[in-house]
Design a protein around this ligand. Structure first.
Ligand SMILES: *Cc1c(COP(=O)(O)O)cnc(C)c1O
Length: 424
């Protein structure tokens, strides 16, 4: 658990040098809690691991798009990887350099392309021929040249959850090397398109080196072929997907990953780009929730807490495991619990069959490894207000997103006049 920025001092849970209980007293529960130090450390580690090549990280903003988090990373020299114009807006608001932004996604729309071109983003990662044609037309109309990379689907199995596996032939993402080659040729003919890179992203929560090595190998083979056709490429973007430890996983370190791919990248003479989301922010944060009730059933014991699947969807959505730390840490024999929320769905759980130390109503639980795909996947389901986000740095903490209020729940909703007319 040393990867986590949470630890106990005399049975009390701390994030960095800040007792979590005192934050909970101030902001109420539930809330997301992030460690500044952890985020900074992660970016520095990546830089170190890949120092032998010209290297640029782009944080996958979909993992955690709070503008304070994005700003911390941007200040550390991290670029951004986005999948929508809304994410571009957030990155710019956070102070990110537009030229450090790469834009992925199979469904980029014309207005999103215009928005991105106006701001001068670094690269469009192109996923289809139709998208290339549209981007070419939009850029031409604006009198600009759009920088592009083609997303190649190297057909390697990342051996992860099928929902987060994106580099197989059957996937909607990217293009086969053959199709990608044809696209590059077409791009060469377009004055409004500038070829800068080649891109792949094979999946998420990958816990071995070999899928990355295979993917980079295949992408480099294509780069060699393209060179023969007179098509030169500057940047190789190997995507994100590096896994973290949720339970017993032993994902490779960035240093082990670098050992496998850096020699190949050096030999071919490309700049290396990477788009980690989970690896940077996953273990920086926890969802802090309060125990409401114990409910003992005939076959199961339920611990009812005030957070739910709308706050953290991963357990319900992927059956994901998130380790849980209780505060205070009580002595004695614990119990096995299903940790469930108040939502009216049987799939509403944060943990199942989980052994915990003794807990009492009013105690806090930190649902760990929730700094990626946590808040960003949260919703208002069951008309629950979305929870605040809090940043800890040393002995201080800052509210970086307020708790929603009831008015936020109905913001923008309208009742048509005919429903308001008095009956005669
Ligand atoms: C989601 C995504 C990432 C980040 O994935 P992680 O597993 O969080 O590292 C990177 N690049 C692209 C194109 C993505 O869609």
């Amino acid at each position: 658990m040393t990867e986590l920025p949470f630890h106990y001092q005399k049975g009390e849970l701390y994030c960095e040098s800040m007792p979590v209980d005192s934050i909970a007293e101030d902001v109420g529960t539930p809330f997301y809690l992030y460690s500044y130090g952890h985020l900074v450390e992660r970016v520095k580690t990546l830089k170190q691991a890949f120092s032998e090549v010209n290297f640029q990280t782009h944080f996958a903003a979909k993992a955690n798009s709070n503008i304070s988090v994005l700003r911390i990373l941007a200040l550390e020299g991290c670029g951004m990887d986005v999948v929508s114009a809304g994410e571009i807006f957030r990155c710019i608001r956070a102070g990110a350099d537009p030229s450090s932004i790469v834009f992925a996604g199979v469904g980029k729309q014309e207005w999103e392309m215009r928005y991105a071109l106006e701001l001068g983003i670094g690269c469009f990662n192109i996923e289809s021929e139709a998208e290339l044609e549209l981007l070419g037309a939009v850029a031409k109309d604006m009198g600009k040249r759009a920088p592009i990379a083609v997303r190649v689907n190297p057909d390697v199995d990342p051996k992860t959850h099928p929902y987060i596996s994106t580099g197989l032939k059957k996937s909607k993402f990217g293009l086969t090397p053959e199709k990608a080659k044809a696209l590059y040729k077409r791009a060469m003919e377009m004055d409004s398109i500038e070829i800068v890179g080649i891109h792949c992203h094979i999946g998420s929560q990958i816990t071995t080196v070999s899928p990355f090595r295979d993917a980079v190998e295949r992408v480099i083979a294509l780069v060699v072929e393209l060179r023969k056709e007179g098509i030169t490429i500057r940047d190789l973007d190997m995507g994100g997907g590096l896994g973290i430890r949720y339970k017993h996983e032993t994902p490779p370190t960035p240093f082990e990953l670098a050992e496998a791919v850096v020699p190949m990248v050096k030999e071919i003479g490309l700049n290396l780009h990477m788009e980690p989301g989970r690896w940077i922010s996953g273990n920086c944060g926890a969802l802090i929730t309060k125990v409401l009730f114990e409910k003992r059933g005939e076959t199961k014991n339920f611990l009812v807490v005030d957070a739910a699947m709308n706050d953290l969807a991963r357990p319900s959505l992927y059956g994901a495991y998130h380790s849980i730390m209780a505060s205070p840490l009580r002595e004695g024999d614990g119990d096995v619990w299903d940790v469930v929320g108040p939502i009216c769905e049987s799939g509403d759980f944060l943990a199942q069959e989980r052994e915990l130390p003794p807990v009492k109503p009013g105690d806090l639980l930190a649902v760990c490894s929730a700094g990626a795909y946590g808040f960003t996947m949260s919703s208002n389901y069951n008309s629950r207000c979305r929870v605040p986000e809090v940043l800890v740095k040393g002995e201080g903490y800052w509210l970086i997103r307020e708790r929603e209020e009831f008015e936020d729940l109905v913001r923008g909703e309208r009742i048509p006049p005919f429903l308001l007319e008095e009956e005669e």
